[in-house]
Design a protein around this ligand. Structure first.
Ligand code: EPU
Length: 321
């Protein structure tokens, strides 16, 4: 006869295993407000920060064999966690410290290979330092490279698809594989991985190589200053947020403009507010709950739909219970 508490036993076994393996790098019942730029969100049952790719792979495999739900996060900068938190395991690659590798690619280009947990600003700064052109579009995008590639993060100056040369991932079948950029399908804020990357589980990006052009350091620095100044002028918000909340509609005016024209700047629900500086930012003015933000989101969607007949969909990833 099977134990009625088999599920709990499995969880307890897993807890013991992961505590032994990761020590201080695993936390139980960890508030996700500490790991999201929105500064809100309920607790994750188990939150872990592996220190190496090997450790991350071991955790993923163990989580799968224990049949526990697994959520991979980048920097938590485009994430809204619901107030009841996340059941199962949350794994962030941002704790992995791995040097960026630079390899020449012909006369004109070089490849930068980075761990998915590398912060995008660190990658941008490295490219500037080594006079490599092509990453400046991403200046001001927070979070990790893995997250940025997974959602084809971008600005008006470009997006990840222009610079990704190849990615190495842990396939859904548990095998590591490298996919050339040509095997990847990027679209607006989206990456679709090929069928072969999937198995029983979703794949996990471990490493990314970027192909950048050799350039003049001074020109790249001047260009970076222009981009940073533009960003500061158009999106200067001192409050926690997840950046732009909604995707821009495929045609017509951008989301920020529609929300502004609907007269919603400054609208609040609890401590959640539509930013007065950029209407596509929902900001947390202190103690906003995820529920506050979600309610405000629904109000915005309804008002924009009523005024412009446009259905906004969130760009921010909403997870949890
Ligand atoms: N606008 C308004 N009112 C506002 C905000 C914007 O009228 O309150 C107008 C602006 O004047 C401009 C237009 O809307 O004419 C577009 O605004 P902006 O230049 O700020 O760009 P965006 O389309 O709102 C996109 C990305 C941003 C990225 C910027 C700058 C999306 C959803 N957003 O914003 O990305 O930083 O371009 O390159 O694609 C993010 O992904 O989190 C993000 C902030």
């Amino acid at each position: 006869m099977g134990s009625p508490n088999r599920k709990t036993d499995g969880m307890n076994d897993f807890r013991a295993w992961i505590e032994n393996k990761l020590g201080q790098r695993v936390r139980f019942n960890e508030p996700m407000s500490a790991h999201t730029s929105f500064r809100t969100g309920g607790p994750a049952d188990i939150f872990c920060l592996p220190a190496s790719v090997e450790e991350a792979v071991a955790v993923v495999q163990k989580t799968r064999s224990a049949n526990l739900p697994l959520l991979i996060t980048g920097g938590g900068t485009n994430l809204l966690v619901r107030d009841n938190g996340i059941r199962g395991v949350v794994l962030s690659l941002k704790g992995i410290r791995q040097k960026i590798r630079m390899t020449p690619a012909g006369e004109e280009e070089a490849l930068l290979t980075v761990c998915a947990g590398t912060r995008t600003p660190v990658l941008c700064a490295f490219a500037i330092k080594h006079a490599l052109n092509g990453m400046n579009f991403a200046l001001g995008i927070p979070g990790t490279v893995g997250g940025a590639v997974m959602m084809n993060a971008g600005t008006r100056f470009g997006a990840m698809d222009a610079v990704v040369d190849k990615i190495t991932l842990l396939g859904g079948d548990g095998e590591k594989r490298t996919l050339a950029g040509s095997a990847l399908t990027f679209s607006y804020r989206k990456l679709v991985l090929p069928e072969e990357a999937f198995g029983e589980f979703d794949p996990l990006i471990l490493e990314v190589s970027f192909r950048l052009a050799k350039g003049e350091r001074k020109e790249i620095i001047d260009d970076s200053k222009r981009i940073i100044a533009f960003r500061k002028k158009s999106q200067p918000t001192p409050f926690p947020s997840a950046g732009c909340f909604f995707k821009n509609p495929p045609a017509g005016e951008p989301a920020g403009k529609l929300i502004d024209l609907a007269g919603l700047k400054g609208l609040t629900k609890g401590d959640a507010a539509v930013s007065r500086r950029h209407a596509n930012f929902i900001v947390n003015r202190g103690a906003a709950s995820a529920d506050d933000i979600l309610e405000l989101m629904e109000t915005i969607r309804a008002r924009v739909f009523a005024d412009f007949n446009v259905e906004l969909s969130p760009e921010v990833r909403i997870v949890g219970a």
